[in-house]
Ligand binder design. Structure first.
Ligand SMILES: NC(=O)c1ccc[n+]([C@@H]2O[C@H](COP(=O)([O-])OP(=O)(O)OC[C@H]3O[C@@H](n4cnc5c(N)ncnc54)[C@H](O)[C@@H]3O)[C@@H](O)[C@H]2O)c1
Ligand SMILES: O=P(O)(O)OC[C@H](O)CO
Length: 352
């Protein structure tokens, strides 16, 4: 059997930031990984103002993702690969880090091409909803690709992590041994990984906090101040935890209340994230989320509004929309023309 090797499936803002840590950590790792770290890049031609050329060529020549993580030097062993099947060939550890909208199609391409025994780790913040069925992406990846899959989420604004400012993150592992290997690939002095046995809790925190971050952006757009923002975070955390406990087995309250994946990611996203930023612009301008995403994010993708829609359709199918008034308000404001100022109507009932 050959050496173990890692591949990153995705190369946006977060995928590129993570490639910097993983690229370094695999060079001197007790597990003796292959030194080359392939990163699948959804190929595109850059605008002239970014210098033109294919994104993969530019990453491999400059060792910088000039579109999604400009100004950050990537390790030279990180190699951009435009063909996803070529990127994953021979890899035994796969890191999935795509906007959730694109995972389904990517999995279809990968089916039948992943070797048995491969381990996965998803960094994707979102959930898969089909009518009255909901599943976390770690479960989807496990079922569709036949591999074991853990989940990483935390208070991790990618640009700050890439600049090596201190942050924490949480890995929910399938089994402890796998968790330890993932930690050896991703932990660093400035990016502290905690391991817990709660894959669903970690995944749900990452998905649901994006809905709350949209609500926080509405509060900023309304200029209602810090007390109102704190109220939205409290209520949002209650709904996140209640949702996890109601619809998933073995989810732990402590993941929501004590981990970086839970309360800390909620706070950073409500203060500094892209969902917050675009929702603030929505409240100020009345333009749609799609329009604002294009205007404000330079090709990066929003997750919060889409997740609010998906969660709303799931809750409708379960006749439980009214039990989650903040999630309901975010969906109706974003998609159904409800007045932004009604964001707090009926929400303060939510209790821990
Ligand atoms: N950016 C952050 O600060 C951050 C931090 C933690 C977690 N996350 C999560 O990581 C995941 C990935 O987000 P990101 O910020 O790295 O991405 P991004 O929003 O920065 O970039 C969009 C990416 O989507 C790719 N893309 C565009 N069209 C595509 C298609 N048709 N098929 C496949 N890929 C396509 C682009 O090439 C680009 O890599 C998301 O779930 C996000 O919530 C992001
Ligand atoms: O910028 P956002 O809103 O997509 O959030 C980024 C990360 O999830 C923060 O941990």
């Amino acid at each position: 059997m050959g050496k173990e090797s890692v591949c990153i499936v995705g190369s946006g803002n977060w995928g590129s930031a993570i490639s910097k840590i993983a690229g370094r950590n695999i060079l001197n790792n007790p597990h003796q990984f292959e030194k080359r770290l392939p990163m699948w890049v959804f190929e595109e031609t850059l605008d002239e103002k970014m210098g033109g050329g294919k994104l993969t060529d530019v990453i491999n020549e400059k060792h910088e993702n000039v579109k999604y993580l400009p100004g950050i030097a990537l390790p030279e062993n990180v190699v951009a690969v435009p063909d996803v099947l070529e990127a994953v060939k021979g890899a035994t550890y796969l890191i999935f880090v795509l906007p959730h909208q694109f995972l389904g199609k990517t999995i279809e391409q990968l089916k039948g091409h992943i070797q048995p025994g491969t381990k996965g780790l998803t960094l994707i913040k979102g959930v898969d909803v089909k009518n009255d069925k909901i599943q976390i992406y770690a479960d989807l990846i496990e079922k569709e690709l036949g591999i074991s899959c853990s989940s990483l989420s935390g208070a991790n604004i990618a640009n700050e992590v890439a600049q090596e400012k201190f942050s924490e993150t949480t890995i929910g592992y399938r089994n402890e041994e796998e968790g330890k290997v993932w930690k050896s690939i991703l932990d660093s002095e400035k990016f502290k990984v905690s391991l817990i046995e709660d894959v669903a809790g970690v995944s749900l925190c990452g998905a649901l906090k994006n809905i709350v971050a949209v609500a926080a952006g509405f509060i900023d757009g309304l200029e209602w101040g810090d007390n109102a923002k704190a109220a939205i975070m409290r209520i949002g955390l209650v709904e996140m935890k209640n949702f996890g406990l109601e619809f998933f087995d073995n989810v732990k309250s402590a993941t929501f209340l004590e981990e970086s994946a839970g309360v800390a990611d909620l706070m950073t996203s409500c203060m500094g994230g892209r969902n917050r930023k675009v929702a603030e612009a929505f409240a100020r301008t009345g333009k749609s989320f799609d329009e604002l995403e294009k205007e404000l994010l330079g090709g990066q993708k929003l997750q919060g509004a889409a997740t609010a829609k998906e969660i709303n359709s799931f809750l409708k199918s379960k006749k439980r929309v009214e039990a989650y008034p903040l999630f309901k308000a975010v969906y109706e404001i974003a998609y159904e023309g409800r007045d932004v100022e009604s964001i707090v109507t009926g929400v303060s009932k939510s209790k821990l």
